[in-house]
Design a protein around this ligand. Structure first.
Ligand code: AMP
Length: 216
């Protein structure tokens, strides 16, 4: 199964992707995570991306397209993948079409998670992840069962993203509306776009996604 999760920052793409990975035995390809790893190791891509990401702007298409083109060729993608954060521009979407066509692969679904901008700022500024396993939490919406201890791996170190602040979030939302929203009519015209209410409870969103995916 191959799918794209589309939606503004804070829509819950990463949270839902983690759940779908387990349900369908596929991998999550988060370009944000890949770039953050590149920044952390100080690789040439990381050095180019760091300031752009901190400001909340989009990293250049050539970097992203090259990154995904390599990643989808890896063995663990054979059973399928969830693209989380890619494509984010029409140029990326068109490049992805080319990559898939070359391998005679198709997308099973493009799911838009629709969330009002007003909700997103609070969602983003309250979120954090386990430093060890990456499980996602939120100060109000999704706390660990035992305060300060990751439900998934039991560790006690957590991280907050440096771009999850009010200024960068404004820029990220603007980038979504200007550069990513045009992908909605692009995929709608291909008949692959499904839209779900991303403001529903986390479990209800997962259920709605599974209903789409299981309907084939
Ligand atoms: P995310 O974790 O998806 O919110 O991505 C964090 C940041 O990484 C974004 O604000 C961009 O600066 C950069 N980024 C991630 N994916 C892309 C992409 N497909 N195109 C351009 N920039 C990206």
């Amino acid at each position: 199964m191959r799918l794209i999760l589309l939606g503004p920052p804070g829509a819950g793409k990463g949270t839902q992707a983690q759940r779908l990975v387990h349900a369908y035995n596929i991998v999550q390809l988060s370009t944000g995570d890949m770039l953050r790893a590149a920044v952390a190791t100080g690789s040439p891509i990381g050095l180019r991306a760091k300031a752009v990401m901190e400001a909340g702007d989009l990293v250049s298409d050539d970097i992203l397209i090259g990154m995904i083109a390599c990643r989808v060729n890896e063995d663990d993608c054979r059973n399928g993948f969830i693209l989380d954060g890619f494509p984010r521009t029409l140029a990326q979407a068109e490049a992805l079409e080319g990559m898939l066509a070359e391998k005679s692969l198709t997308l099973d679904a493009v799911i838009e998670m629709k969330v009002d901008d007003a909700l997103l700022i609070g969602r983003i500024t309250g979120r954090y992840t386990c430093a060890n396993c990456g499980a996602g939490y939120h100060d109000e919406i999704l706390q660990p069962k035992v305060s300060g201890i990751c439900d998934n791996c039991g560790r006690t170190d957590f991280n907050r993203r440096s771009d999850d602040n009010v200024e960068a979030v404004g820029t990220r939302l603007a980038a979504y509306h200007e550069q990513t929203a045009p992908l909605l009519p692009f995929y709608r015209a291909k008949g692959s776009l499904k839209t779900i209410d991303g403001m529903a409870e986390i479990d209800a969103v997962t259920k709605a996604m599974k209903a789409i995916l299981d309907a084939g």
